[in-house]
Write a protein that binds this ligand. Structure first.
Ligand code: 2PG
Ligand code: MG
Length: 428
């Protein structure tokens, strides 16, 4: 067997915020290798796989020595000899070895790097690109991107309460065109900020630093940027928001610090519904906090017939959480982050659960990223329909957009693009 795992090795590398993270390299008996790097979130759901850090003084407590020791010790020993082509078996072994419900013992960061590296090695051994390896007989499809223009929330020192103000180039007929349209909007937004004397560089994911007097001013400016780029807001380029509401409060109380407002669940829903009425918003992520299932249900009931309602911190890439949310009528789309689940197999299970429930799916990066482009292959190979990797600047983001272009080119003139139909509720 040429796909038996011969060695698993981890090393410390550094992410886009200059923080330590874990890279894993897997070698198979036939000589094929695979490499992957764990990303890291800043606005994290409470039920995510645990990102195991050392604590203490070094690197603000964010060291990964303990997780690395687990990877190079226990994990490497347990995986040797397993068949990398059987991802489910490898992931089951990782889950059993950890033994906790949230990968707290060995570290979700160590486990996800290993799981993804095994996947990459298996694709390499099969002699095909990862997207092709994952797609199998299914015709692959390039995802519709959600691309951040302004970054806020935990990614911009809470200068703005809203976390991600993104565009979705709904009129684009190809991935290449979607990026070109976004490039124009990004440039226009930078120009508007410069003219207003408010261009202060970028936030964590490359979106412009949000120097606004109110949350709504950010929305207004985004619409103006779409227009200034020569597009019709809503028809050609629409808006997607990530409220990341778990960062704004809990137990049905929310605080919009920039607007000096305290809101109840109903108050926040009312505000978001009003914004949806005034601005061309077609997708809202985590509109309420992760502990506010009733609020998520109410919001979905109010707008889910016309707007995509995405669960990120609320669903944490968990098939069980997605089933529960669907049964309750909360959300109509799931964000999929491999490091929230911890393994490739659990991420795929979440995607399948979402698909079975009629949810749209969006593969997503984290705010702490690297040059690793594996998630782009997941989005294409699994035909997720949508992809979110931050803004249109900084190479940890551009590496991923550019990888999508390479895949589109490899598919040739017959390349299929998900287009606007990938978004809930219009999904067909
Ligand atoms: C999110 C992500 C990406 P983080 O909330 O969707 O924007 O942020 O990785 O910090 O959780
Ligand atoms: Mg989010």
């Amino acid at each position: 067997m040429r796909t038996a795992i011969a060695s698993v090795a981890g090393r410390r590398v550094w992410d886009s915020r200059g923080r330590p993270t874990i890279e894993c390299e897997v070698m198979l008996s036939g000589g094929a290798t695979g490499r992957a790097i764990a990303p890291a979130g800043a606005s994290r759901g409470g039920r995510e796989a645990v990102d195991l850090r050392d604590g203490g003084a070094a690197f603000g407590g964010l060291g990964v020595d303990r997780a690395l020791a687990h990877l190079n010790g226990e994990i490497a020993g347990a995986l040797r000899g397993l068949d990398a082509a059987d991802q489910a078996a490898v992931d089951a072994r990782l889950i059993a070895l950890d033994g906790t419900p949230n990968k707290a013992r060995l570290g979700g960061n160590a486990i996800v790097a290993v799981s993804l590296a095994v996947l990459r090695a298996a694709a390499r051994a099969a002699g095909v690109p990862l997207w092709r390896h994952l797609a199998g007989e299914r015709p692959p499809r390039l995802p519709m991107p959600q691309i951040q223009i302004f970054g806020g929330g935990a990614h911009a020192a809470r200068r703005l309460d809203l976390q991600d103000l993104m565009v979705v180039p709904v009129e684009a007929a190809s991935f290449d065109r979607a990026l070109a349209m976004t490039a124009e909007v990004y440039r226009a937004a930078g120009r508007l900020m410069a003219e207003a004397g408010r261009l202060h560089g970028v936030a964590d994911e490359g979106g412009f630093w949000p120097d606004f007097a109110s949350n709504e001013e950010a929305l207004e400016t985004l619409v103006r940027a779409i227009e200034a780029a020569g597009f019709r807001p809503g028809e050609e380029v629409a808006i997607a928001l990530d409220v990341a509401a778990s960062e704004l409060g809990a137990k049905g109380r929310y605080r919009l610090a920039l607007d000096g407002r305290e809101l109840t669940t109903d108050g926040l829903i009312e505000l978001l519904v009003a914004w949806i009425g005034r601005y061309p918003i077609l997708s809202v992520e985590d509109p309420l906090a992760e502990d506010d299932a009733e609020g998520m249900r109410r919001f979905t009931r109010a707008v889910g017939g016309r707007v995509q309602v995405v669960g990120d911190d609320f669903l944490v890439t968990s098939a069980a959480r997605i089933d529960e949310a669907a049964a309750a009528g909360a959300c109509n789309a799931a964000l999929l982050k491999p490091n929230q689940a911890g393994t490739v197999s659990e991420t795929l299970a979440a995607l399948n659960a979402a698909r079975d429930r009629g949810f749209a799916t969006i593969v997503s990066a984290r705010s702490g990223e690297t040059e690793d482009v594996t998630i782009v292959h997941l989005a294409v190979g699994w035909d997720a329909g949508q992809l979110k990797v931050g803004s249109f600047a900084r190479s940890e983001r551009m590496a991923k957009w550019n990888e999508g272009l390479r895949i589109e080119a490899a598919l040739g003139p017959g390349a299929r693009f998900a287009g606007r139909s990938a978004l809930a509720p219009a999904r067909r």
